[in-house]
Design a protein around this ligand. Structure first.
Ligand SMILES: [Zn+2]
Length: 316
């Protein structure tokens, strides 16, 4: 079990986030009512889409679409890159947020411990995955159908039944050391702002280390990177950029957590004017809008970031 943690003395300076704000125009678009049900998260189908549509360079030099590569994890789970993107953090995590690690190597250790729950745990993971995939199938089908019909997936999302209770039930019998669906959502600041950047950097570094070892395994490196890419992708969701999720958290009084949810929903709907170090300036929307027409540039830049991340693993 990965619960025993040791501080490591190595300290690597953290980079600042690539995302900052500029005084560009802010266009106000549809403003749906707040949905108090379910935790704030970039949706399962959106994460999956990103991993499914990147190109993966394989050991034999061939290039394959992410959706065409089935990875075998250590516990014999069979998952695609996009499925690992989608399950990371939101469904598989620990009670120890990765970004709370006090130095870079400790954050890497915490990342490995969190990845363990998906990659190695045999008490829950392999058996649970078909159940979770089945529960998320309706969302994925609706999302893909909307794209095929050139409709905004956010409209399709409004027709979806809330799955929170079923997801809670599917993960409720986990050991006390492994948080279930709601337990993860309660402490999910790893998915927000600078925290997401820290988690991505730790996971991507571990993937690069695996890929560059003399006996490194490219497929293993891709699975680690796919888990890390979840947090990179979250950084392209407006509701995750500024919401001070860790500060808006209470152990018993949940009013601050509701404020985080409201801020997340508001900024996801209205969007943010953002820029990056390369000089791109665009309007970023949030969860459920990744493949809406209005968020097209954001989706392209996010996909480019994930593709670059995977290419770096191959190049290592
Ligand atoms: Zn997330």
């Amino acid at each position: 079990m990965p619960e025993i943690e040791q501080e490591n003395a190595t300290v690597v300076p953290e980079e600042s986030s690539d995302l900052s704000f500029f005084d560009g125009p802010t266009t106000v678009v549809r403003f749906p009512p707040f949905d108090p049900k379910g935790p704030p998260r970039f949706e399962y189908a959106e994460h999956r889409y990103l991993g499914d549509y990147i190109s993966l360079q394989m050991d034999d030099g061939s290039k394959k679409l992410g959706s065409d590569v089935l990875f075998t994890l250590k516990n014999k789970s069979l998952l695609r890159y996009g499925e690992i993107n989608a399950f990371a953090g939101d469904f598989y995590g620990s009670y120890y947020p990765i970004s709370d690690g006090t130095n870079f190597e400790y954050q890497c250790t915490r990342f490995s411990n969190v990845f363990w729950y998906l990659n190695e745990n045999e008490s829950r993971t392999p058996g649970e995955l078909p159940v979770l995939k089945d529960l998320m199938k309706e969302e994925v089908d609706l999302f893909n159908e909307a794209i095929r019909n050139h409709e905004d997936p956010s409209v399709a999302y409004s027709k979806l039944k809330d799955m929170t209770k079923k997801l809670i039930n599917a993960t409720i019998g986990r050991p006390l050391t492994q948080p279930g669906y709601l337990g993860l959502a309660a402490i999910n600041w790893d998915h927000f702002g600078e925290h997401a950047h820290i988690v991505y950097t730790a996971g991507h570094t571990l993937a690069l280390r695996e890929a560059s070892k003399p006996d490194g395994n490219l497929n293993v490196a891709y699975t680690i990177n796919a888990f890390a890419n979840h947090f990179l992708e979250d950084s392209f969701s407006a509701g995750h950029v500024r919401t001070p999720r860790k500060q808006l958290h209470g152990t018993f009084d949940k009013s601050a957590d509701y404020c985080a949810k409201y801020m997340h929903d508001e900024e996801s709907a209205i969007g943010l004017a953002v820029t990056n170090k390369r000089g791109d300036k665009w309007h970023m929307y949030g969860d459920k809008k990744l493949k809406d027409d209005v968020d097209d540039q954001n989706a392209k830049l996010c996909l480019e970031a994930v593709q670059t991340s995977a290419d770096e693993v191959y190049a290592a």
